[in-house]
Design a protein around this ligand. Structure first.
Ligand code: F6R
Length: 360
């Protein structure tokens, strides 16, 4: 059932191109069929937990960029215990792989009490979340067995991106031509990811880096803009399966504290594709190098500035800057996977964790 892979997590990482393609097909056929989301609203509130929350943070960039509607993103467990300012003009988007996460369900119930409409983004047909939501957008990742979420995440990004585009078209902030251009870029993501994954199978670049770093005690992940949430996700993956303490940070905040942690032992994973904040990320790498930190950079081919600073480079294919998280997250998933495997841990069943958190 692991189809020749050593663990479900690795199999599921390699299933991402298919999950994304299937989610695109599912959503596009819906858009063509039913035309549009059935609600009128002027504010969006995203609620989720864990990895799904990280997808939500990126969803905020998608929705605000494409549809100009303000988006707040909360951990479901925080949202439900404050007095959220939502009403019938708010759409709450609840993101959950399982559709059974207790805090996410409680957040949805609170939102409905306050008169908000609820859209679920969910991977499990007929789950509690989909039954309670007003409208469901399914992700087609297929069953995710590994406790650490991978393919659910990238299919959630897919659903969020297509939803953002759809709202943009309805609101008139995205033209039909722009929509087509974005869809064309999105459609290329699965084959770009496939190329990357196949290259890794042959060259074992990330596996090699994991071999170099698996004895680390801590790790710092830095990103900006749409890749700040990917820094959070890279750190979460590493801590949950390898039990190495890791932090994800917005790179611009480094000088406000975390830079004090950097010494010659500290691995710093820097996410720096060619985008609007690339130059800023190069400066961050210089700062880390000046303190003798050990930098791994996730970047595109070319990017000579980074190559001059570190030879630990992971090259990802190029895409539109908004879509870079689809490709930057994959090496971080693999990095965490190989480290946990080298350490001999039960990758698919990490200690203290359950696949779906049905307790509050
Ligand atoms: C991390 C992970 C968890 C889940 C979280 C939410 O790899 O798997 O952080 O993302 O428990 O689960 P769902 O999406 O099922 O609500």
């Amino acid at each position: 059932e692991k189809a020749g892979y050593k663990h479900f997590m690795l199999k599921e990482i390699y299933e991402q191109p298919k999950g994304i393609s299937d989610t695109i097909s599912g959503k596009l056929s819906l858009i063509k069929g039913e035309a549009e989301l059935p609600f009128d609203f002027n504010k969006i509130q995203i609620v989720a937990c864990g990895t799904s929350y990280h997808a939500g943070l990126i969803g905020k960039f998608f929705i605000e960029t494409l549809s100009k509607i303000p988006v707040s993103v909360d951990y479901a467990s925080e949202f439900r215990y404050r007095d959220p300012l939502i009403d019938s003009n708010t759409v709450v988007v609840a993101i959950s792989q399982s559709g059974e996460t207790a805090d996410t369900l409680a957040a949805v119930r609170l939102a409905k009490l306050k008169g908000a409409k609820v859209i679920a983004i969910c991977n499990v047909i007929g789950s509690t979340l989909t039954r309670e939501a007003d409208y469901t957008i399914y992700t087609y990742a297929g069953p995710e067995i590994s406790v650490a979420s991978t393919k659910a995440f990238t299919t959630q990004l897919t659903a969020l991106f297509l939803t953002a585009l759809e709202i943009g078209v309805i609101k008139g902030t995205v033209t039909k031509e722009e929509e087509q251009k974005y869809i064309d870029e999105l459609i290329k993501i699965p084959s770009k990811m496939e190329d990357f994954l196949e290259t890794e199978k042959k060259e074992k670049r990330i596996r090699q880096l994991a071999l170099e770093f698996y004895m680390a005690k801590d790790a710092l992940f830095l990103g900006r803009f749409v890749n700040y949430p990917i820094a959070l996700e890279g750190a979460l993956k590493l801590k949950e399966i390898s039990y190495i303490h890791a932090e994800g940070y917005p790179a611009g905040e480094m000088k406000h504290g975390p830079i004090a942690l950097i010494d010659e032992k500290m691995p710093v994973i820097v996410i720096a594709p060619k985008d609007r904040v690339y130059e800023k990320m190069v400066s961050n790498i210089e700062e880390v190098k000046a303190r003798k930190g050990r930098v791994i950079a996730v970047t595109n081919a070319g990017c000579g500035e980074i190559r001059r600073l570190t030879d630990r480079i992971i090259e990802i294919p190029e895409t539109d800057e908004l879509l870079t998280p689809f490709l930057t997250v994959v090496p971080l998933q693999l990095f965490a996977y190989y480290i946990a495997d080298f350490l001999g841990y039960d990758v698919d069943q990490p200690r203290n964790l359950a696949k779906s958190v049905t307790v509050e």
